[in-house]
Design a protein around this ligand. Structure first.
Ligand code: BGP
Length: 471
């Protein structure tokens, strides 16, 4: 059903875009910043390192001015844990506090609402050495970090996101360079879900702390949510889709919103001897936490079919958005109704609406789009232009579906696509670009680092100015 009359976007809709610290800032060991897991990981051949990125650390004012020129109402960025606490715990790095103070003030100067992600794939290396999320103390490390953030920035930051894509950390951690599995671990699934459990408790406690310290602020999770379709109407395929929906999506939101473990996932963990151990107080902590909204990243849907008990895990797990497999549970299926990006991710704008509807009916909370977008090869022309009609088309179609979802009755807070500016991809280097602003550098050649407005920059400016009417 396409609505005959679509409801308008709300008046205070957060039109903006997103980045994350380790992918955009550069200056990765400058001004007292400690190394994160991203800075010490082995960089696969052919992938740019993270020392410079888009050099946002040194171009911050220029970058925020460009966002303001587009008319941004919000900017979602993450705070690098190791810029604030170089060793992850203990001593505070004042220069790190100063940088984010300046960034926040610069946003507010232009009336841009800062939306802050507390953790985006960048565990302090010093904490990795202490067992990372596998250490039960990680819950307290995160809560202590949260306190420092709330104390220093809570007077101006009103929107907080806890952990970016915790579900992707758990499902494809190695691809995005995170989640440590100790050597010699004999039950990897159990270890992974124990780490996941610590993150769930850490998130719950951070939400409670936020509400105690900053009664006016709002906080929510930021998983990557892709509705999962069955490959056919075969009942076994429907069960497979429910399995993957539970494992990929609902585990994270059922816990964040209702404080309960999703039953399908729990039974799957039981079967594999992989249920996490609860520390005293965990259950209560999870029940006590209530997000004010749900932040979510959406790139596409997933499709699965039934998988036999013999099918093995390993080979099919590629990255955040590509098909995966779990013996007896589900098996990725290429949806023949969808085209893909140059990097192999399916494109499904209508699935965006379907995903929003599903979340709305399961959780009844306001929804904030914290990522969405098209990774592509862009070319800077000799006269300093970037013609990216493919990106405009992708965004146009997705925004149109948000409006359909609003008309369906979903409460949408904002749209913050990935990414405000070109930055380093999780595992495809600089060549896979998402930004409205082009950064003149290549995979290895640092170029001039000059900024250029892409065609999508002017288009998005017009979309924002018309509050989504002029697509
Ligand atoms: C999400 C991450 C981002 C980001 C984006 C695009 O999973 O939250 O950090 O990079 O996906 O992914 P990629 O860089 O792999 O194209």
């Amino acid at each position: 059903m396409k609505h005959k009359t679509r409801k308008p976007f709300p008046e205070n809709f957060f039109w903006g875009a997103s980045t994350s610290a380790y992918q955009v800032e550069g200056a990765n060991l400058e001004d007292g910043k400690g190394p994160s897991c991203q800075d010490v990981k082995e960089v696969p051949e052919g992938t740019s390192d993270l020392t410079v990125c888009a050099d946002h650390y040194h171009h911050m004012k220029e970058d925020v001015a460009l966002m303001a020129e587009m008319g941004f109402k919000s900017y979602r960025f993450s705070i690098a844990w190791t810029r604030i606490l170089p060793k992850g715990t203990g001593e505070i790095n004042q220069k790190g506090i100063d940088f984010y103070n300046e960034l926040i003030d610069e946003c507010l100067k232009y009336g841009i609402e800062p939306i802050v992600t507390m953790f985006h794939f960048d565990m302090p290396a010093a904490l990795d050495e202490r067992g990372s999320w596998g250490n039960p103390d990680s819950v307290q490390w995160f809560v202590d970090f949260a306190r420092v953030l709330f104390e220093n920035f809570g007077d101006r930051v009103k929107y907080w996101l806890t952990i970016n894509e915790q579900n992707m950390l758990t499902l494809v951690g190695p691809v995005i360079g995170t989640l440590m599995i100790p050597e010699g671990c004999t039950n990897v699934l159990k270890e992974v879900y124990q780490q996941n459990h610590h993150m769930l408790v850490a998130q719950a406690k951070a939400m409670v702390l936020c509400h105690q310290m900053l009664p006016e602020a709002k906080i929510g999770p930021a998983p990557n949510i892709s509705l999962v379709y069955p490959a056919t109407c075969k009942p076994e395929d429907v069960i497979a889709a429910q399995n993957f929906n539970a494992i990929r999506n609902w585990l994270y939101l059922d816990m964040a919103v209702y404080g309960i473990y999703n039953a399908i996932v729990w039974s799957y963990l039981e079967e594999n001897d992989a249920t996490p151990t609860f520390a005293p107080g965990d259950e209560e902590a999870m029940k006590n936490a209530h997000p004010d909204f749900i932040g979510f990243n959406y790139y596409n849907t997933a499709t699965v079919e039934a998988a036999s008990d013999e099918e093995v895990l390993a080979d099919a797990v590629a990255d955040q958005q590509s098909g995966s497999i779990e013996a007896g549970m589900y098996k990725g299926f290429r949806n023949p109704n969808l085209v893909t990006t140059e990097f192999g991710w399916e494109i499904d704008p209508v699935g965006f609406r379907a995903t929003i509807r599903e979340m709305d009916s399961r959780y009844h909370l306001p929804l904030l789009v914290t990522e969405n977008g098209l990774g592509a090869y862009d070319t800077l022309t000799e006269d300093g232009k970037v013609h990216d009609p493919y990106r405009i088309e992708y965004l146009r179609q997705h925004i149109a579906q948000i409006q359909e979802a609003i008309t369906d009755g979903a409460q949408m807070l904002g749209y913050n696509p990935w990414s405000a500016i070109d930055l380093i991809s999780t595992h495809e280097g600089m060549k896979k670009r998402y930004g409205f602003i082009y950064v003149d550098r290549d995979e290895f050649d640092l170029g001039t680092l000059n900024r250029y407005r892409k065609d999508s920059f002017y288009w998005y400016k017009k979309v924002i100015a018309s509050n989504g009417e002029d697509l």
